[in-house]
Ligand binder design. Structure first.
Ligand SMILES: CSC[C@H]1O[C@H](OP(=O)(O)O)[C@H](O)[C@@H]1O
Length: 348
């Protein structure tokens, strides 16, 4: 199973897979400045919470690698400016801020170094962020695969696979790992309007991996559940609040309501870097609203009247009461989520 990485570092640039992926088109984008990384995150060239964090970390390095500052104070001021700039690219995925804070923490820890050496340390930290994410994805897959049995039907929403982060991704990692162990599930992939990450990315990568995948429109999820074809739901996450409320791609909350109504287990798969204990509950999670053209002129074809009012939130929040468990690299968190998350994060 080979995957194009969402994010790659090469000596002189950050190389990203262009995620505006259609099955006939797949290309890399080379970025050489923090501004280019900002645009890649904003326009979804790189997308998926952990991959956004990686791109921000590498983007911050791109922003300071040519700094002429000779003192740490001067270098730190430049670094903070670039970090704040990158942090403003997308508000919901907590991994973005988590990765930037980790880079800043490393700079403070190594402030005694000559600036030239400090720059090398920061590049290494960005690589460590990428490596740790890929290891987390594999561990999520191992824990999640224990939930799966041969022939099960699993519904997914959006893309949280190897084209979103790491090699296996998060929500798709249990499916890949189970397949490696000879346990084969049937995936029903929501196409995920308006940007179609499910159709363009999830269906694409599962088909590439030889996993049984059926593409459905988002409004068909209730029918496939009612037909008895779905034994479980696994989705990714962009931010998990301290009480377990989870922000994920728009439409996830509706899938969770449907799963509850059909008594189907609903799991979230995410690394610990997606848990934000500083956010007490889902009401405090900022929800990104994106351009109306994603709905009215999807992929270049106008499907709505000029000037029509549009509401285009990119995420919604699923209350923890609708979540069966959160699959992390340290195991599966279950209710009572506030207590479970507190215990897990305090043992980290
Ligand atoms: C591991 S991907 C997590 C999460 O990010 C995606 O959002 P976007 O495509 O806008 O970056 C989606 O919500 C995934 O579930």
């Amino acid at each position: 199973m080979t995957y194009l990485q969402s994010v790659k570092w090469e000596e002189d640039a950050l190389v990203l897979l262009d995620q505006r992926l259609l099955p006939t088109k797949q290309e890399y984008v080379r970025l050489e400045t923090a501004e280019a990384a900002w645009h890649a995150i904003k326009d979804l060239t790189v997308r998926g919470a952990p991959a956004i964090g990686m791109a921000a970390a590498y983007g911050l390095y791109l922003g300071i690698r040519h700094s002429a500052q000779e003192t740490f104070d001067g270098f730190w001021a430049e670094m903070r400016e670039q970090s704040d700039y990158l942090n403003a690219s997308r508000p919901t995925a907590v991994n973005l801020g988590w990765a930037l804070r980790r880079m800043e923490q490393k700079a403070q820890e190594e402030k005694h170094l000559p600036i030239s050496e400090l720059k090398a340390v920061l590049l290494d930290e960005a690589k460590r962020i990428q490596d740790s994410d890929e290891a987390a994805c594999r561990a999520i897959g191992e824990y999640g695969a224990e939930l799966l049995q041969d022939g099960m039907g699993i519904l997914t929403h959006c893309n949280a696979g190897g084209l979103a982060t790491g090699r296996y991704g998060t929500a798709l990692s249990p499916i890949y790992i189970a397949a490696e162990k000879g346990v084969h599930v049937k995936v029903y992939a929501d196409e995920t309007r308006p940007v179609l990450q499910g159709a363009r990315l999830t269906a694409y990568e599962l088909q590439e991996a030889g996993i049984d995948v059926t593409l459905i429109c988002d409004n068909m999820a209730a029918m496939v559940m009612k037909n008895g074809w779905v034994d479980g739901v696994i989705v990714g996450a962009d931010r998990i609040a301290a009480n377990g409320d989870t922000a994920n791609k728009i439409g996830t909350y509706g899938v969770a309501l449907l799963a509850k109504a059909h008594n189907i287990p609903f799991y979230v798969a995410a690394p610990l870097s997606t848990i934000d204990i500083m956010t007490p509950d889902g009401s405090a999670i900022p929800i990104e609203e994106r351009d109306e053209s994603e709905i009215t002129i999807g992929f270049g074809t106008r499907t709505a009247p000029e000037g029509v009012k549009v509401y285009n939130p990119a995420f919604d929040v699923t209350p923890h009461e609708y979540i069966t468990g959160i699959i992390t690299e340290k195991g599966i968190i279950r209710a009572p989520f506030a207590e479970s998350i507190h215990n897990l994060m305090n043992n980290e």
